[in-house]
Ligand binder design. Structure first.
Ligand code: HEC
Ligand code: HEC
Length: 346
């Protein structure tokens, strides 16, 4: 009798377990925050809504060297959180087997507000952007087909993809969508500058910072437009062409000579930590950047008319401008554990 009752309980339990493992799990929806006073993002979240599970899967992939041919390079190898997801100390990015790239790794943040990606805008959809580094022979040197095969041989990944997409067979499309969930949530809007604008505690500017903001609004916002600190355009800011790579920038994509030496206007958020600067990492200090704008501009036919009038700044004004740029540092973003290397999931 006792045995029978035990058997019955065991039977009910196993029924429940089977039921739960087949029922689709309820995904935790994430509301994308548009900070007060900011424009609506360009990326549409309706097609593939953000979920906590999707974000965590994308995060795991971002930090996993399995995406590279020999398992040595992850996205995070070049995009390091503490420096605004850029590659500090390298003018040009370093990929698989120490191969050197041709461009400086850009910082990653507030990407949902961008329409075009890469220094020359070669990628027009964030959902496929990750294909570029995965297949680039000097970055991860892998094929999408082979990455998918490797992921399908992992029980953990099959389980996670099943939770997010309702399909335990990993596909290239699902892989790219998962990475997108992570990168579009790398958002920075809690710097001292933001607190200053929102009149919050911790946002009181010194006289130098306040004066720097005024100078910035006079001379820099036409391209580095608030609040994103980019106008999302391609501009020629008067840098002489580099003498090793001869990178012509936007013209590579459009073939239009009018686009020669135009590059995507980068955000200046977290600029204190994202050195080196410019598409080829030619400057290591902000003082060099400011000296470029005051004395280094090459007046070619393609120079943006926004820089047509020469800029003269005193040494004190230069210091104030840099003091202001430092207020764009967002420690909550740079140290946010949510974006850091994920703990191993069982
Ligand atoms: C070997 C270094 C390296 C690796 C690995 C790498 N990146 Fe990048 N990333 C770069 C460089 C360099 C660029 C700029 C490329 C260009 O302008 O042609 C870039 C550009 C980007 C951009 C565009 C940013 C913008 O504002 O236009 C995104 C997004 C990005 N990477 C995400 C990723 C993801 C996701 C991965 C992993 C799948 C990854 N990267 C792996 C170096 C790297
Ligand atoms: C005509 C548009 C324009 C104006 C005006 C402008 N910039 Fe830029 N800025 C750019 C572009 C384009 C780049 C990237 C150029 C490249 O990499 O070749 C850039 C790059 C930078 C960088 C390096 C960012 C990075 O991540 O590498 C800093 C810092 C910077 N600008 C600061 C300023 C300051 C300060 C001013 C005002 C004195 C200013 N800019 C005015 C267009 C402009």
């Amino acid at each position: 009798m006792r045995n029978r009752r035990l058997l019955f309980v065991a039977f009910i339990l196993s029924c429940l377990i089977t039921l739960f493992s087949f029922a689709p799990i309820e995904l935790k929806k994430i509301n994308f925050i548009v900070p007060k006073g900011w424009p609506q993002p360009a990326y549409s979240f309706t097609k593939f809504p953000l979920t906590e599970e999707g974000f965590q899967l994308g995060r795991k992939l971002f930090y996993d060297p399995v995406l590279s041919r020999d398992g040595s390079v992850s996205c995070a190898s070049c995009h390091n959180q503490s420096t605004g997801f850029t590659h500090v100390d390298h003018a040009h990015s370093h990929g698989i087997e120490g191969r050197t790239g041709t461009r400086n790794t850009p910082a990653l943040m507030n990407l949902a507000w961008n329409k075009l990606y890469m220094w020359d805008g070669a990628v027009n959809n964030i959902e496929v952007q990750a294909l570029a580094p995965i297949t680039n022979p000097i970055e991860m040197d892998e094929t999408l087909e082979h990455v998918v095969k490797k992921l399908n041989s992992s029980r953990i990944y099959r389980h996670m993809f099943d939770d997010v997409f309702g399909d335990s067979v990993v596909t290239g499309q699902h892989l790219l969508l998962a990475i997108t969930q992570f990168v579009v949530q790398l958002n920075s809007y809690n710097s001292k500058y933001d607190k200053h604008i929102r009149k919050e505690a911790g946002g009181k500017f010194t006289n130098e910072e306040e004066h720097g903001l005024q100078l910035f609004r006079q001379h820099c916002t036409s391209c580095h437009t608030e609040p994103l600190f980019t106008n999302n355009q391609f501009e020629n800011n008067g840098l002489p062409i580099d003498n090793t790579i001869h990178d012509i920038g936007r013209m590579k994509v459009t073939q239009n000579p009018a686009d020669s030496l135009k590059f995507k206007v980068p955000t200046l958020r977290n600029i204190q930590y994202s050195a080196p600067y410019m598409h080829d990492g030619r400057f290591t200090r902000l003082a060099q950047v400011v000296n470029h704008y005051t004395g280094g501009i090459v007046r070619s036919g393609n120079l943006s008319e926004k820089l047509a009038k020469p800029l003269v700044l005193t040494e004190d004004e230069k210091k104030d401008l840099i003091a202001f740029l430092m207020t764009l540092t967002d420690r909550e973003f740079l140290l946010n554990l949510r974006y850091s290397f994920p703990k191993e999931t069982k």
